[in-house]
Design a binder for this molecule. Structure first.
Ligand SMILES: [Zn+2]
Length: 451
């Protein structure tokens, strides 16, 4: 996966780059809006394009349960299914399982869990997580990891970190074989039993008919957006993942995986474990590296310190993704520590709860003081919500329970996040990021404190 670092800030560890995915180039540092169930709540895909989103995150756990990865695969993959011709990253599903208290149980083999929808039993192994994500067809897919909360005992952290390492190796082995490579790691029977079963899937199930998805195009300002060809695995693709005892070279086609695999470093706030985990994950080797296990209740200073400490342990030439972080101020601080990619539900979830990010700080629009306020949500914001609607009107929409309230608030909050990232990239490119950082720290450019 090509990742070009275009500029480095001379005074911090911030860098600006271009991440080349199968569905376009992503300018980094980048923030990924969270499209949990194949939709960023309240936003049509054309709105996301208007905002300049070119990489979004979708949740494997939710899509696996509903409508199922098989359904999405049979509809040509997630890009085609949701009408999104740009890049997608899917998580492994593990974080959601562990977040659903009492519904998940971790073993050496993987997660046993119950669906929050209907209580049905499921099992997600490192191999199965890759298999599900390959069926979804995301551009970037994640290894299954175990993320534990804060505080956790050293023993709990150590066990989860070691398990994450073993799972990362199994995920990489499986991903390599799916792409026609021999892993070189050796394959254990216990690690492959479930995906060998999947090879029994009749080829007919992989077919796609016009009636399943039909022809559709999206019109935006009169121009038709060309959606990618449906990703339908060929029977040959399935064949290529049969275990092969003899080393062999990949076919030219197999050299370009459609879904690039990122590894995840765990270790909580323990620096020794972080170092061990980073060494192990880097030794396995991935196209990009994520810092997991942060923003789970630890003090903010620890989030920043560990993000920076871990980023320094990762290869300089590969993208670094800080999972689940954070506020606009967090983004600026962690870019300064060498992070390239972020995702967080905060701008969208807060918007639905009437909490807006503005250049002046947090604005809770339901407050009675805004009832007759003719000003926009943020006087300096250039988004189309702020150019058209008043605080008084948007407050009324929230109080009246109108769905437009969440739509307008989400649009503005995402604009605020994406505009923050745009300013960060410009500042790094101009060699001016340290001044931008100082300004953010002074509160002039940052959003709200964490809520
Ligand atoms: Zn706005």
């Amino acid at each position: 996966m090509r990742f070009d670092i275009e500029a480095r800030d001379p005074n911090t560890r911030a860098r600006a780059g271009l991440l080349h995915t199968a569905h376009g180039i992503v300018e980094t540092p980048a923030f990924m809006p969270v499209g949990t169930a194949g939709t960023v709540k309240g936003m049509a895909q054309e709105h996301l394009e208007e905002l300049g989103v070119n990489l979004l995150l979708a949740n494997t756990y939710h899509l696996y349960l509903r409508p199922s990865h098989e359904t999405i695969r049979d509809c040509g993959g997630l890009h085609h299914f949701m009408g999104w011709p740009h890049a997608i990253l899917t998580d492994s599903g593990g974080f959601q399982i562990m977040s659903l208290k009492g519904l998940g149980q971790v073993t050496e083999d993987g997660f046993h869990f119950r669906s929050h929808l209907d209580g049905s039993s499921h099992f997600l192994s490192p191999e199965r997580a890759v298999e599900v994500q390959l069926a979804l067809g995301a551009d970037i897919i994640m290894t299954l990891d175990e993320c534990v909360g804060f505080p956790s005992s050293h023993e709990t952290l150590r066990r989860a970190t070691k398990l994450t390492g073993r799972w990362a190796r199994r995920a990489k082995e499986f991903w390599l074989r799916q792409n026609g490579w021999d892993s070189g790691f050796g394959v254990r029977d216990s690690a492959t039993s479930d995906w060998r079963d999947s090879l029994k899937t009749p080829n007919s199930r992989l077919g796609i008919s016009d009636s399943q998805c039909g022809e559709f195009g999206i019109r935006d300002s009169g121009s038709e957006i060309i959606l990618p060809e449906p990703r339908v695995p060929s029977p040959g693709t399935r064949q290529s993942c049969l275990p092969n005892p003899e080393p062999r070279s990949p076919t030219p086609e197999a050299r370009t995986p459609k879904s690039e695999l990122f590894g995840i470093v765990q270790g909580g706030t323990d620096r020794d474990l972080r170092r061990e985990s980073a060494e192990e994950i880097c030794d396995i080797g991935f196209e990009g590296y994520a810092v997991g296990g942060l923003s789970v209740g630890e003090p903010k200073s620890e989030t920043y310190d560990i993000a920076g400490f871990t980023a320094d342990l990762l290869p300089a030439g590969r993208p670094r993704y800080l999972m689940g972080v954070g506020t606009p101020a967090d983004l600026v601080e962690c870019v300064a520590r060498g992070i390239d990619l972020f995702d967080c539900v905060m701008p969208t979830r807060n918007a639905r709860n009437a909490c807006l990010f503005t250049s002046e700080g947090k604005l809770v629009i339901k407050n009675a003081r805004y009832a007759r306020d003719p000003a926009p949500l943020d006087p300096v914001c250039r988004c189309r919500v702020c150019r058209r609607y008043s605080r008084g009107y948007i407050r009324h929409l929230f109080v009246a329970g109108e769905m437009l309230a969440a739509i307008l608030a989400t649009y503005h909050n995402l604009h605020f996040y994406l505009d923050t990232m745009r300013q960060i990239r410009q500042a790094i490119g101009a060699g001016d990021f340290e001044r931008f950082l100082s300004k953010a720290r002074a509160g002039a450019s940052s959003g709200t404190p964490r809520t």
